[in-house]
Structures are given as C-alpha cells and as structure tokens.
Design a protein around this ligand. Structure first.
Ligand SMILES: NC(=O)c1ccc[n+]([C@@H]2O[C@H](COP(=O)([O-])OP(=O)(O)OC[C@H]3O[C@@H](n4cnc5c(N)ncnc54)[C@H](O)[C@@H]3O)[C@@H](O)[C@H]2O)c1
Length: 325
C-alpha cells in the first residue's frame, strides 16, 4: 500500500454518502461529513444504527463507529485533513465542477479526490481544473457498505499513481475495485444495468409481463447466475465443451438478429409503468423492502465467501497431498 488511509471526507450524505460513511467508520477511519441537509446529524445516527448489523455480518467491529463520524460545519472543514474525499452530491456537471475546483484548493496535496458519479466521467467536470491528477471516479453500487464492486475510472489527466492509490484504498475498506480502461458515460455497470432496465420497461409496456413477474424472472435466473459467473464465463459454459466459440456460432447468431425495441418515452406510457410498479410494491414500507434486500444480499455474499473459502482450502489440501505423494 502506498499510504495508510486514516481520515475520509464524505461530501453529500444522501443514499450513497450515508452508506459510505458507515463503511469507512467501520474500517476504523475518521469520517468528516458535509451536507447542507438540515437533518444531517439525525440522518447519520439513523444510518449508522441501521447499517451496523450489515457491517457486523461482514466481520467488522462496529463498536464506537459513531464516535469516528463527525459532522463538519462546511466542506472546508470536512476536507482539511482528509486522506481521501468521497463525493456523493447531486449528479450534475455544474455542481461537480465547482466542488472539485474547491477540493483541489482546500485538500492536503496527497488527498485522493473520488466521485461516486453514476454516469458522468470526471473529465467532464475537470476540464477547467489545472491539477486534475488526483481526481477520478470511484463508482459504487447501492448500498456501497454491502455491494463489493467499485468501478475506478480515471479521467484523461488522472495519474497512474492516483489509480493505484484508489485501488489500495477501496481494497483496504473491503471492496472489490475494478479499473476501467477508458471513460464512457455510465461506465460499465450502469450501461449493463441500463440495457436490462430498458428492455424490462419495453416488455411491460408491450404487455408481455407485469413488473413483479419480470422481477421474478431476473431473481430466479440471471440474478443467481450473475452472482457466480459473468456473461462471458456464462456463455463459455453455455457453449458446452465447445465453449464460447460454439455458443457464438450456434445461438449467438439468432440472438444477434432479435429486434429488441426501445421503451416509449411518452409521459403517459411512462406513467402506466410507474403505476404498475407502485401497484406491485408501494403498499410495503420502504424500510422493510430495503431491510429484506440487504438481508438477502448479505446471505448471498456470505454463502459465496464460504464456498470460495472451502474451495481454496480443498485446493491447498490437494496441493499438499500431491507434494507428499
Ligand atoms: N443512488 C444510487 O443508487 C447511486 C449508486 C451509485 C452512485 N450514485 C451517485 O452518487 C451520488 C449521490 O447519489 P445519491 O443517490 O446518494 O443522491 P441523494 O439525492 O440521495 O443525495 C445527494 C446528497 O447531496 C447533498 N448535497 C446537495 N448539495 C450539496 C452540497 N453543496 N454539498 C454537499 N452535499 C450536497 C443533498 O443534500 C443530498 O443529501 C450521485 O452522483 C449518484 O449518481 C448513486
């Protein structure tokens, strides 16, 4: 590791910022949080209490996490002694432009400046900043204290040293960073998600399926598969012994010819989808749905961890037995 990360500044404490705060504090960092929301203190207290069981389930010691989290009077105070800054404000280029110009001026020179931006590449908001070498995207999946992936996306002027530091940082807080090689709006995860979501809306609009049944199709097939193998390994296995080459030649051709269609953007058509989703889910409280999702996601992560640990132990044992023979 190039440096130990001791102090984090979290700018913007909505859905994503609150979750990052809990994760960073559970990993022993001092966290200074800045957000103009009037209920910041209360929101932090609630989020830390609500997320503590998830963090404990990941083997983290949550005793005293609240003592490591501090409400800052403003951004200047939040970032003064930061080793890393994680920005989670509004998804607007103008906001990020102004904020990162301020961060470059007011943070210690070694601080890594990371944006959670879901779709805006950092080059889009750093063109006017002279020293953009330590600014880059660290895009999590919601909620970041639970889902391991962080997409690290360097801007055109981000230094290699900053990319490595970002990998070290996210690894140090138990995440699984993946460095992407070129900026593209939405990065990789959200482009994949967007393609699936567009098709989901199209299928509901066409009357093929209800939102609830479509969710069941995903959770009972693709969701489980994709927690274990991605589309390429899945295709390689789907091709049987002939592998990815065979499936490309065999099923790939007819898949490529399928007309996928685009969902209607007409406000009335969109409203019909919104109402169908609300009919399916709005009667259950938001907190209950979030709680269920998080419990189930944790269960999947724990099961995978366990299976992979057992396989590593078996492999080690087999290696030792082979040597002894
Ligand atoms: N919600 C998701 O699923 C998700 C996932 C990954 C990344 N992101 C990205 O994370 C960022 C935050 O998204 P979110 O869903 O948490 O949004 P959110 O609306 O829940 O939170 C945004 C927060 O920013 C605060 N804010 C506004 N102006 C500010 C300022 N000047 N200084 C500090 N804070 C300010 C708001 O008060 C609010 O609490 C966005 O860039 C988004 O694209 C969101």
């Amino acid at each position: 590791m190039t440096r130990t990360f001791r102090t984090a500044a979290v700018i913007g404490a909505g859905t994503i910022g609150l979750s990052w705060t809990a994760l960073f504090a559970a990993h022993g960092l001092t966290v200074r949080v800045s957000d103009p929301r009037p209920d910041l203190e209360e929101a932090l207290a609630k989020a830390l209490a609500a997320n503590a069981p998830d963090l404990a389930a990941q083997g983290l010691d949550t005793d005293g996490i609240a003592d490591r989290v501090h409400v800052a009077a403003d951004i200047t105070e939040a970032v003064r002694d930061a080793d890393i800054v994680q920005e989670n404000g509004p998804e607007r280029v103008e906001f990020k432009k102004q904020l990162f110009a301020q961060l470059v001026r007011e943070t210690p020179a070694h601080a890594l400046l990371l944006s959670s931006s879901s779709a805006i590449p950092s080059t889009a908001f750093t063109t006017d900043i002279e020293d953009a070498g330590r600014i880059l995207i660290g895009h999590p999946f919601n909620p970041p204290h639970l889902l391991p992936l962080v997409e690290i996306v360097p801007g055109e002027r981000t230094t290699d040293e900053s990319v490595q530091k970002a990998v070290d940082f996210y690894t140090s807080v138990g995440r699984a960073p993946v460095v992407e090689r070129r900026e593209i709006p939405g990065f990789v995860g959200n482009r994949l998600q967007n393609a699936l979501n567009r098709q989901a809306v199209y299928l509901v609009q066409q009357g093929v399926i209800t939102p609830e049944d479509l969710d069941t199709v995903v959770t009972h097939s693709l969701g489980i598969r994709y927690a274990t193998v991605g589309p390429f390994l899945s295709g390689h296995l789907g091709g049987g012994p002939g592998g990815y080459r065979h499936i490309t030649d065999h099923i790939g051709r007819s898949m490529a010819q399928m007309e996928l269609g685009e969902p209607s953007q007409d406000p009335e058509d969109q409203e019909r989808v919104i109402q169908a989703v609300e009919k399916a889910y709005a009667s259950r409280p938001y907190t209950e749905l979030v709680h269920t999702r998080d419990r189930e996601q944790l269960a999947v992560l724990a099961a995978l961890d366990n299976t992979r640990r057992n396989k590593r132990n078996d492999d080690t044992h087999r290696g030792q037995t082979n040597k002894e023979n």
